[in-house]
Every structure is written in C-alpha cells, then in structure tokens.
Ligand binder design. Structure first.
Ligand SMILES: *Cc1c(COP(=O)(O)O)cnc(C)c1O
Length: 651
C-alpha cells in the first residue's frame, strides 16, 4: 500500500481540506450505480442540496460527474434557445470562461467586459437588454475566484427579471461561503461544485434549476449528450443516472452535505468570514497590499500583491516547506499577485501557523535588505543557429565556442556563480544535445530549467516566447554569445535601477549593433536602426513629458550588451507583448523588437559599461578580436580591472 500524504494545509480555492468523515466516506465499498443502494444516495444528495441552498422550495437539481467547469458548460449548452442570444458579464477569469464556452457552442453572444477590480454597471446591462431583445439568458459569476470579488447578484437578478430574461449564475465558489437567496435574486440556473465551500471532494458538480425553468430547458434541442441538463434531470428524477457516476465522490458529497446541514449554511458562512478576518488582519499587520478594495471582498479569498523582492515561486516554495499551499494569480495577474483562500476544514491553528510562517518569510532580513535589487533568476538564450558564423556554428553552438581554451558557456556559469543568481533557465535549440551534457555541473550550483525551442531557426523572439512561463518576478535575460568581464554582470545586478540595461557609449555604428536610445535617465527605445530608434525615443519622451512638450533632450545612443535586468512588475506586460508578436505571426522577429514595444510604457534605466571589456561574438573576426584584445583584459589580472582603452567597435 502507498504511504498517505502528510496533511497539507490547502489555502487554494478548492480542492479544500476535508473532514475525516468525508475522507473516510470514500471507502464505503463497491456498489453498482444501477442498484437501489446508489438510488438512495442520489436521492439524499439531491434532497440535501436543495435543503441547503433553496430551503423555500421551487427548485430542482441535476448532478454531473465532472468538475465545476462541466456544470458551467452544461448550463451554457442547455439554456440558450435556437436563434437566441446570451449576455455575459465578464470581470474575471470565470466570466471569461463563460464567454469562451458561449463561443464554442456558437451562441450569439453579447459581452460586457469590465476591469477585474470593478463591479459591472447595471446601466450597461439594462441598455444591452433594452437594445437587444434577442438576448434570452444573462450569465454572471457570483464570486470571481480569480480575484475574490463578489458581484451584485441581487441587483442584476432584478434587471434580468424586469426584462423577462433567464438568469444564470455560476456560484461554484459562492454556495456555502456567501449569502445567496436564489429565489429572492431571481436566479433561474445556479451552478455549483462539490469541492469548494461544500467541502466535498473533486469530481462532482451540479446545477440548481427553478422548476419552471426546467420546463423551458426541455424544449431546447440538445447540443451535447453528456452535458444536456434535461437528460441528466429526467434520469435523476427516476432515481438513476444516464452514465457511470463517480460513486465514491457521491459518498463523500453525501457526508459533506450532512456536515454542512449540521453546521448550517449560516454557520459555515460565519466560520469562513471569521477565518478571513483573522487572515486579513495578519496581512495588514505585515503590510501586504490587497488587490481589491475591502468592500468588494468575498468571505473566502484574499488576493494580495507579491511583496517587493519576491516572486510567486519563492513565496510559494517557502510556505510549502511548512505544508501551506497558496495559489498563484491567473492569466494577466500571474507574477503580480498571490491568493489565499480559507475554504475547507481549517483550524485556527492552521491559520495562525500560516500567518507565522508567512511573516517569517516576508521579514527575512536577507529578503528585505535585498528587496528590489535581488534578482535571483536568469534566462539564458542559447537556442540560435548563429547564421553569420556558419562555418563554425555548423559544428558547435555559439555558446560552446572557446576563447582562450574556455567556452563562453563556462565563463557565463563562472560569473553567475559569483552573483546573486540562484536559478537559471536555459533555452536551447540548435545542437542542444551538445550543450546539455555541459550543464550537468551547473545543476549542482543552480536550480536549473531547460526549455527547448523547436523554432530555433526562426527569430530570437521564439526563444523568449518559449520561456514566457519563467518570466515571473525579477529576471535577468541574457544572450549567450557575449564574452564579458564578470564586473559587468555585477554592475547590472547591483544597480539600484530595478529594470536596467548595460550600455556601451564607445562604439561604431555599422548597422549591426543593437542600440539603446536614452532620453534623460530612461532607455526609451532599442533598435538596430538608428533613425528609427531616435524617432521612437523622442516621440515617446514627448508623450510622457507633457509638462514641457518642446524640451528637446538629446538622445544618447549606445550599444546594448545583450543583457537586461527586468523588474517583476513588467513581466506580465512583456509576456503579453510577446504573445502579440506570436499572434501576428512575427516569428522571425528579434526579441528586442518586443522589448522596444515594452519600452514605450516601462521605465527601464541603464548602467554604463565604462570601458570594461566585453564583445559580442557575431562574426569570425569577433573571435579573433576576443582572443587578441579582450581576453588579456579578462584573464590576465583578475583582481585589477582592465580597461579597453582605444578599442572601438567592429573593424
Ligand atoms: C473553481 C471554479 C470553477 C471551475 O471549477 P473546476 O472544478 O476547476 O472545473 C468555475 N467557476 C468558479 C467561480 C470557480 O471558482
């Protein structure tokens, strides 16, 4: 028999920590779903669902084997009549999910999209319903689990009723955790699942349906076999199910509903509210910044900005060492926030233990003193073919070119070892099988990740795109073809500028160099093309310097070293920009083109290279120059800093 897992304190919004009774219920034994033993359980579960959530009567239910999304989809598949439309209110990930489902089913769709921190505007909803009588269903998410926001169900239900529309509510993370009067809010269809505030196990979901609404649904031709609500309902009314259900999860749901009714839905809500209060007062005390204003918050989720100097993974891993599991932001909030849920069978000791552990992590002297300056992650882009060096790079990738008997890659690793970098992601492509064995040793020093870019013959943007998941928290992005003095890396990492390039003023422009265009302190553009770069830099500065639109600041031009330190706050934007390029089909672009777009809205500074030796290896001549001019200044006198006086650009 396999070892049981040690108890985890799940602070994610489902699945949740369940009671001993629910866990043990799984083992009730083997039964057949066509037998009366199962019918009895099905009947009790349906009765208890209605008793808990629609005590006034008037509703019926259909249960599905499938996670919450299955029940959401069943409601979308079953509720929109032919030729009719649906209005989706979207202010988070689950509103977005409703919307995508409606598109997949080919429904006519209207959508009101709001900022994730804003409540929908009732005026917009009225206007849409007035102007588009073909709208038949209004879909809303009760508790947006992506942020912890509670939507105004009563208000929107009132509008739906006024215009005679069907009101569909996803209350997967609301039922059992939030006040909800289905009848009073005119909800016709309400979607729920077993494993959030009901405290069952994952695998079952359900729809609560007003009885008159059930009659309407029956008249709509089915669009799905498995997810058709009337099909499910008709079997269940006869005490059976159309397809094999997840029987053990039914056992657990029965036990969970017994416990919910014992505690009382009001009692459960009060317990969760109290738990959220304990957590939130702890967060306040630690100075953590909440994502949402307090008045929008649910009883079960708190969304917080990542504290300065922390990326999600570091925070998550630190907490997990003590068995506390938090949850990341989704989509656009990835890398920006973290979520703490308090659903489930959590004790006061769990909550206090968690706060203690979190406090210890966020106040670690090493973390806070380095805050803002402690870049811990590097992404090394080593996938490219090196077309301009083909006679050599046909045999070996650029990063394995030896200068002074040592490969560029080994030199990178040596410099990184002496820096604050603890985690390195290698993006590989061309001849990756030659590079991989050379990285074995790095695995002892760094937490390493490998990403394979299949499109390595295309532009370098494909490499950064493949590494997008690693663009979280403060990162250092490095081209793998530079021979450089270790002080350069140190200067970049220790710079007080949170986002920073390295800039060489002393260079000759042959049109091949990646140039930085600086206005004041800020790198405002990056491009190989000087004219284009200057234009961009100046127009961007004009836009932001509205106070003095005619002030002509001279644009400083320098060569970029091929390394960028980027603050975590800009990572989501960089990921979006990369996605735009990929979506536009621009796979042959250099990643610097995406950076250039980013520079139009992000504050990135620079540190001057000041004559420190470095060279990018692009052409065969660069190898000779590296050996002859740069190497003596690197290896010769390590302690003393050599300067490459008189060395100017490429021949
Ligand atoms: C969790 C959740 C879902 C999806 O549930 P799955 O079980 O992951 O399929 C849908 N809507 C809301 C509001 C949720 O919180």
């Amino acid at each position: 028999m396999q070892e049981p897992f040690e108890r985890m304190v799940l602070l994610n919004p489902g699945p949740v920590v369940v009671s001993e009774k629910v866990r043990k219920a799984l083992l009730r034994g083997d039964i057949c779903h066509r037998e009366e033993e199962f019918s009895r359980i099905l009947k009790r579960v349906r009765q208890m669902l209605l008793a808990a959530f629609t005590p006034g009567g008037g509703y019926t239910s259909a249960i599905l084997t499938g996670s919450g999304t299955a029940a959401m989809e069943s409601s979308i598949a079953s509720s929109v009549g032919e030729g009719k439309a649906i209005l989706i209110i979207n202010n988070g990930v689950y509103g977005e999910r409703f919307s995508r489902m409606a598109s997949i089913y080919g429904h006519r769709k209207f959508e009101l999209v709001y900022d994730w921190r804003k409540l929908p505007d009732p005026g917009d909803i009225e206007k849409a319903l007035r102007e588009h009588p073909e709208i038949q269903v209004v879909a809303l998410v009760h508790h947006e689990t992506s942020t912890g926001l509670i939507n105004p169900v009563r208000e929107i239900g009132k509008i739906a009723k006024k215009y005679g529309k069907v009101f569909l509510l996803d209350s997967i993370s609301g039922l059992g955790g939030e006040e909800l009067d289905l009848e009073g809010c005119n909800v016709d269809l309400c979607v729920g699942s077993a494993n959030k505030c009901i405290q069952g196990l994952p695998g079952l979901s359900f729809v609560l349906i007003k009885k008159e609404e059930m009659e309407r649904l029956k008249k709509i031709p089915p669009r799905s076999m498995y997810l058709h609500i009337p099909t499910l309902w008709e079997s269940q009314e006869k005490g059976t199910v159309p397809f094999t259900p997840s029987i053990p999860i039914f056992y657990a749901l029965e036990a969970a509903l017994e416990e919910l009714l014992e505690e009382g839905v009001q009692g459960r809500i009060a317990r969760y509210r109290k738990a959220a209060e304990i957590l939130r007062s702890g967060f306040r005390e630690m100075g953590l910044k909440p994502y949402l204003p307090e008045k929008l918050l649910s009883n079960t989720i708190t969304t917080l900005y990542l504290p300065t100097g922390f990326d999600y993974q570091t925070l998550h891993d630190g907490l997990k060492e003590s068995r506390f599991v938090i949850y990341a932001g989704q989509e656009r909030l990835k890398g920006e926030i973290f979520r703490v849920a308090n659903m489930g069978e959590l004790t006061r000791k769990d909550l206090e233990g968690f706060l203690g552990c979190l406090r210890k992590i966020v106040s670690r002297p090493s973390a806070s003193s380095k805050a803002g300056r402690s870049t811990v992650r590097a992404i090394i882009l080593a996938a490219g073919v090196g077309k301009r060096l083909m006679p050599i790079t046909g045999q070996r990738p650029k990063c394995l070119i030896e200068i002074g008997g040592k490969t560029l890659l080994d030199r990178y690793l040596e410099s990184l070892k002496e820096s604050s970098i603890t985690e390195v992601t290698f993006v590989l492509g061309h001849l990756k099988e030659m590079i991989l064995p050379r990285l074995k040793e790095a695995e002892n020093t760094f937490k390493t990740h490998y990403i394979y870019n299949e499109n390595y013959t295309r532009g370098s943007i494909t490499s950064l795109w493949e590494a997008r998941e690693r663009l979280q928290g403060d990162v250092l992005i490095m081209d793998a073809d530079v021979l450089f003095h270790p002080t350069l890396l140190k200067r970049l990492l220790e710079s007080p500028k949170k986002s920073c390039f390295l800039l060489e003023e002393d260079f000759t422009d042959t049109g091949e160099e990646m140039k930085l265009f600086v206005q004041g302190e800020r790198v405002a553009a990056i491009s190989k093309n000087a004219e284009f770069g200057i234009q961009n830099a100046e127009s961007r500065t004009r836009q932001s310097a509205l106070r003095n639109p005619h002030s002509a600041i001279r644009t400083l031009i320098g060569e970029g070293v091929g390394f960028l330190k980027l603050a975590g706050e800009y990572c989501p934007q960089l990921r979006n920009t990369l996605e735009d390029f990929i979506r536009e089909g621009r796979l042959d672009a250099e990643y610097e083109e995406a950076l250039d777009r980013l520079l139009s809205c992000c504050e990135v500074g620079y540190e001057p290279v000041d004559g420190l030796p470095w060279i990018e290896i692009d052409f065969e001549e660069d190898i000779q120059r590296a050996e002859k001019d740069i190497l003596p200044m690197l290896d010769g006198n390590k302690g003393e800093l050599s300067h490459k006086k008189g060395l100017k650009g490429r021949p």
